[in-house]
Design a protein around this ligand. Sequence first.
Ligand code: 5RP
Length: 239
Amino acid sequence: MLLPVDGDFLEKEELKKLAGEKALEYIEDNMIIGIGTGSTVEYTIRKLGELVRDGLKIQGIPTSVHTQRLAKEENIPLTTLEEHPSIDVTIDGADEVDSNLNLIKGGGGALTREKIVAFNSKKLIIVVDDSKVVKCLGIDFPLPVEVVKFGWTATKKTLENFGCDVKLREIMPGEPFITDNGNYVLDCEFDRIDDPVQLEFDINNIPGVVENGLFIGLADKVIVGGKQGILTLDKEAVV
Ligand code: 5RP
């Protein structure tokens, strides 16, 4: 479905806002909502805050400490997976999306909580601008892998056996990025990922790996903000 929007050219932030807000059309009263992480979902969160102020009754489960803070700022009622183990709809961003709606996520380092929330959701809606849609995963974005600190250099070596360059994510030189779970992130740069299904499985089999950023078969819809308007890709349409 292609909806025309005004103007020939929309800046990237406008495309993200379009996609981020469009996803809220799938939200109804009394739903439990998984709330993703990232700059695109931030538009979803801001708009969701408006809808809640206008009377929408939902409870949200944030996928990161950052998202939790944003949701609190917007007075969005929050709950937990312990209280609500089944989530109705999760809205999240992605770093790459292929034509099978498989994803790379984890640019913001929230991949483990995001995957737990996605896995426990009846519906996962991904919101991206059109720069994230790729022919083959791994082309534009390194695959993030969350690893425990203990033995991380050994884990890094094992990951290099997959034929990728592996870098410890840092917030500044010499200062590693720490996830909300207290772990490191190793960014694995592949030329391309030809078999994401097998790779997801193989990486998660390495001792020391907590989770990797391949989201396979989890997304139900991908809402793409593009210069021509909004394109919604559906899992059912994938052959
Ligand atoms: C965080 C993520 C984000 O959803 C992903 O990085 C996309 O972020 P943005 O919308 O800022 O490009 O996976 O771990």
